[in-house]
Design a protein around this ligand. Structure first.
Ligand code: ADP
Ligand code: MG
Length: 203
């Protein structure tokens, strides 16, 4: 299995947009294992709109409330267990998009970080490019590293900021492997060049 697990420093930080960019760049499949707030729209539909040829695998959990998965699941009367998650089989690269950030709970014991360990894919951390990103990126990377998660790289979203990029690389030792500028919206991806970077195993 070749692919990445895309997490972020926050919700609404650009995970879906960056995931769609990776899907387009690598002709990859897409999988959103846990989707909360389904009435507000599905991340999978955003990816489908800008990558119509991509195979989109069904979510393991579609939850109603626009809340953390642990709470949204409990409101739906559903229990989430790590054993419920199995990587979809595919011969193409796979881009998996998490919900929220690294320490978002799935249930009363497990976090998104535990799902990353369970699935065993290298992680891409999406971070904002601007003010605040050094703190949020380093906190997220520290939490990932102490759990033994392999981090392939950081992708920054928003107006490029070389100072922040260099600070994150210097203090974390993790490379910033991509920079998605401010686009007009997801459809801007269709005019944006592919990301040349490939993590191990993706050629
Ligand atoms: N680089 C960017 N250019 C333009 N819009 C962006 C960019 N990054 C994120 N956005 C916008 O911010 C919002 C949240 O992004 P999204 O990818 O859905 O975040 P997440 O998946 O982390 O919740 C969306 O409306 C998205 O289009
Ligand atoms: Mg998303």
């Amino acid at each position: 299995m070749t692919g990445v697990f895309v997490t972020g420093t926050d919700t609404g930080i650009g995970k879906t947009l960056v995931s769609a960019w990776l899907v387009r760049s690598w002709q990859a499949d897409y999988w959103k294992p846990v989707q909360s707030g389904i009435a507000d729209g599905l991340d999978a539909d955003v990816v489908r709109a800008v990558a119509p040829d991509a195979v989109v695998h069904p979510s393991a959990f579609l939850l109603n409330a626009p809340l953390s998965p642990h709470r949204a699941a409990s409101l739906d009367g559903v229990a989430i267990a790590l054993g419920d998650f199995h990587l979809p089989r595919t011969s193409r690269p796979l881009v998996v998009e998490g919900a929220g950030g690294v320490l978002v709970p799935l249930n009363d014991r497990h976090f998104m970080a535990d799902l990353m360990v369970h699935l065993g894919l290298p992680v891409v951390l999406v971070a904002r490019s601007g003010l605040g990103t050094i703190n949020h990126s380093l906190l997220s990377l520290e939490a990932l590293q102490r759990r033994g998660v392999t981090v392939a790289g950081v992708v920054m979203s928003g107006p490029p900021n070389d100072d922040n990029r260099q600070a994150v690389e210097h203090f974390s030792g993790v490379p910033v492997v991509g920079q998605l500028p401010q686009l007009g919206g997801p459809e801007g991806l269709t005019r944006h060049p592919p990301l040349a970077w490939r993590p191990w195993g993706i050629s």
